[in-house]
Design a binder for this molecule. Structure first.
Ligand SMILES: [Zn+2]
Length: 461
């Protein structure tokens, strides 16, 4: 590996996402490709003396896993769930993290001898989506992450809107219901208290306690203490009345929060992400779109798109890398610091065979944005829709990991592969352009394209 002062495409960064349940550190190239990820559980008990060593460990583990040395890093970005002072590297308040008052920046800088950029996780998620994700072409975007809580961030022309006291973009604490349920922040009726996973869980528990029939008790393994987004999704699939009602209500509140945001700042894109959205987007997003679409004030004109996170779990860590790059004078939003990702060339295609670099494959493959060739799962095409050779959204989740700008699909000699309607919607909701063509043509287009790209190739017929 090259030193941090080597050619730009070889510079390395770490993006660290410190969450309430897990911490993730990703080793990332200057161009934004993730080389490896390391995850550990966030210590549940104890204070900073437990949490800080865990942060150090996940950083050290990611460096080791990537086969590099600390010296190889140009900078590290750290996302914290709370209010931070980036200039002083200080965690001002972290309600769920026991990091309040910790000078995390100075501490980690001394420990790893590398510049450290610290920021709020919602803000970094927004930066990530604007740099490489769904909002990469938007002048202004608001990112909303619906998970245990509701975080968000606002980016305008490549710059975070941090606010006077570093607390801008806290959409989770917009008051959506006067005298509503108590929120973790101490206020009442906040968006987070009405539409986060925690709020959905609370309402489900209350419904069950009041004697409502629901499949959720069984789906959650008999314990309603923690109800995962996956269990909520299964209940929705089963058309469970109680869960359906609660999720519909939460979606409506989210929809009106988006309307409020549009009336205040009218961003070009609102990007939705987080565990609840990932698991239940096909139930939640149409409700939000419907409410936003009916808004009489701005409804008459196009624009103000509702998008889904293209980076998923990686949005925050990649935003942390964007901030780390900014800190060392290489702001990725400045044209002169843009670095193109490197891709392997597809050197030969003949019916039944494809050669990439020096390796030949005799079966379907795909190359996600990180440029690593992967085998397409056999039978993947028949899994979802039942119709053979149709590509569904589940397969695209893998192929489009990392947020390509363009997805090339080599559909076989007679263009036998097709996308389901859901798959086409998957791409549109993440601002991913589709270039589907007979394989030979798709390969040619892929090789020529200078975009951040991915390809799926049907080789066998
Ligand atoms: Zn609140």
């Amino acid at each position: 590996m090259k030193s941090p002062n080597g050619p730009a495409e070889n510079r390395l960064y770490l993006g660290v996402d410190i969450g309430g349940t897990k911490m993730q550190a990703s080793l990332v190239r200057e161009s934004g490709e993730i080389l490896c990820r390391e995850k550990i559980a966030t210590p549940r008990a104890g204070g900073p003396e437990q949490v800080v060593p865990a942060i150090e460990k996940v950083i050290a583990d990611a460096i080791k896993k990537g086969g590099v040395k600390t010296d190889d890093l140009a900078a590290i970005g750290i996302a914290v769930p709370g209010v931070v002072d980036p200039d002083r590297g200080l965690v001002v308040v972290a309600p769920n993290m026991r990091l309040t008052g910790v000078s995390l920046g100075a501490h980690l800088k001394a420990r790893f001898k590398t510049p450290i950029a610290i920021g709020n996780d919602g803000n970094f998620g927004a930066l990530g989506e604007c740099w490489l994700g769904s909002a990469r072409k938007a002048e202004s975007a608001l990112y909303i992450c619906v998970g245990t809580g509701i975080g968000s961030g606002l980016v305008m022309k490549g710059k975070l809107w941090r606010g006077d006291r570093e607390s801008a973009g806290e959409i989770g604490h917009l008051v959506m219901q006067i005298d509503g349920p108590k929120c973790g922040c101490g206020s009442s009726g906040c968006l987070e208290a009405l539409a986060s996973r925690t709020a959905i869980e609370r309402d489900i528990r209350q419904g069950v306690a009041a004697g409502r029939q629901s499949a959720i008790t069984e789906l959650a393994g008999g314990d309603l203490g923690v109800i995962r987004s996956g269990a909520v999704r299964k209940a929705l699939e089963m058309q469970d009345e109680l869960v359906g009602e609660i999720v519909r209500r939460a979606s409506q509140v989210l929809g009106y929060a988006c309307v409020n945001v549009r009336h205040l700042i009218d961003p070009e894109a609102i990007v939705l992400g987080g565990g609840v959205i990932e698991a239940c987007s096909d139930y939640i997003v149409p409700i939000i779109e419907n409410i936003v679409g009916q808004d009489p004030l701005t409804g008459a004109r196009d624009g103000g798109k509702i998008l889904l996170s293209a980076l998923g779990d990686d949005a925050v860590a990649l935003g942390a890398v964007a901030a780390a790059r900014h800190l060392v004078g290489r702001n990725p939003f400045k044209k002169r610091f843009r670095v193109k990702p490197q891709y392997p060339e597809i050197t030969r295609y003949a019916r039944g065979e494809i050669t990439i670099g020096r390796k030949t494959y005799d079966r379907d493959i795909y190359i996600p944005v990180n440029g690593k060739v992967k085998n397409r799962k056999r039978g993947a095409e028949a899994d979802e829709s039942g119709a053979a050779r149709a590509i569904g959204p589940k397969e695209l989740e893998k192929v489009c990991r990392g947020g390509p700008g363009v997805l090339f699909i080599g559909a076989g000699e007679n263009a036998a592969l097709e996308l389901t309607d859901d798959a086409r919607r998957f791409l549109a909701q993440r601002s991913i352009k589709l270039d589907l063509a007979p394989t030979a043509k798709a390969v040619e287009n892929y090789n020529k394209s200078k975009a951040r790209k991915a390809i799926l190739v049907h080789v066998t017929c």
